[in-house]
Design a protein around this ligand. Structure first.
Ligand SMILES: [Zn+2]
Length: 300
């Protein structure tokens, strides 16, 4: 049995931090223009220059409503890709079970964008090899522009970034809802486009009874990315990422908003304060190291 995921109470909502497990990715890709000498202090690279990352998927729940934000990598990777990214079977279902829930209990999934490490868990690979929809009863929300680019990538870079999209979207056809701009999923929970990382990247904001929370997804993927120029090389428009990050982080300081990160391997969520002009983390929801054990295969 997997360890119970930690959670935050945001007004009447419980936000539980599920993880689809650890994976590794190239440190240079994760930090763009930042020299290795700087990022390696906070993210020690392995012999292949990969750094240890999480796949954080917040579950926003109230009553029978259960809104999942992002789905991790899932279990669709082949053996070669699993080795490249050092990812196991996809642990999210185990952590959902630890909360006393099944995949069928998820009522909505909001996908920040359609890169494989955020939408891969929308499908499960069966023993026969066939892919089926992972959340049989959920409505799935993606920005319309993101869906269009994933389905008809117009150059080599986009084709590579979305090469997995067809097989993930196909079993979910009919339940994917293409949204344009802000969408209120339930009173107090809103999906909001940011652009930056991808043209139509979106975040999810919860605000209820004076407390608030935003999953920043790939706008602030780790605490290190709270610094303005620390952005991923994948960002299609790093300037927009910087502007959105600055806007959300200053609002977070002002309103004591909890923010969560897509890929921080040690901290799920944090509150930030301005310490003499520098943004620093104050309170935090730590990733218990034992959450990474006893679930999935965790190929080494
Ligand atoms: Zn990502």
């Amino acid at each position: 049995m997997a360890e119970t995921p930690p959670s935050l109470q945001i007004g009447s909502f419980k936000v539980a931090f599920l993880t689809d497990g650890l994976w590794r990715n190239d440190g240079g890709c994760m930090f763009g223009v930042v020299p290795r000498e700087l990022w390696k202090r906070e993210h020690p690279p392995d012999e292949q220059n990969r750094i240890r990352l999480n796949l954080t998927c917040p579950l926003i729940a109230r009553g029978k409503e259960a809104i999942l934000v992002d789905t991790g990598i899932g279990n669709r990777l082949d053996a070669v890709e699993r080795k490249i990214f050092d990812h196991g079977e996809g642990w999210l279902p185990d952590h959902l079970r630890a909360l006393g829930m099944e995949l069928g209990d998820v009522t909505a999934v909001v996908v920040s964008h359609l890169h494989f490490d955020h939408c891969g868990g929308l499908v499960r690979r069966r023993e026969s090899g066939a892919l089926e929809s992972a959340f049989p009863r959920a409505r799935i929300f993606v920005q319309k522009g993101e869906l269009e680019i994933a389905e008809t990538p117009r150059n080599e870079r986009l084709r590579a970034a979305y090469r997995h999209a067809g097989e993930i979207l196909a079993p979910n056809r009919g339940r994917i809802e293409a949204i344009e701009g802000d969408l209120e999923l339930t009173p107090g929970v809103v999906a909001v486009p940011t652009g930056g990382h991808t043209r139509d990247h979106q975040v999810v904001r919860v605000a209820d009874a004076g407390s608030s929370f935003v999953h920043m997804a790939d706008i602030v993927p780790t605490r290190s990315h709270m610094r303005g120029p620390w952005n991923q090389a994948y960002d299609l428009d790093a300037i927009t990422t910087m502007e959105q990050k600055a806007r959300y982080l200053s609002a977070a300081v002002r309103d004591r908003t909890w923010i969560s990160f897509a890929h921080d391997d040690q901290v799920f969520a944090a509150q930030v304060v301005n310490d003499r002009g520098k943004l620093v983390v104050s309170d935090k929801v730590i990733v218990p190291e034992r959450l990474y054990q006893g679930a999935g295969t965790g190929l080494k």
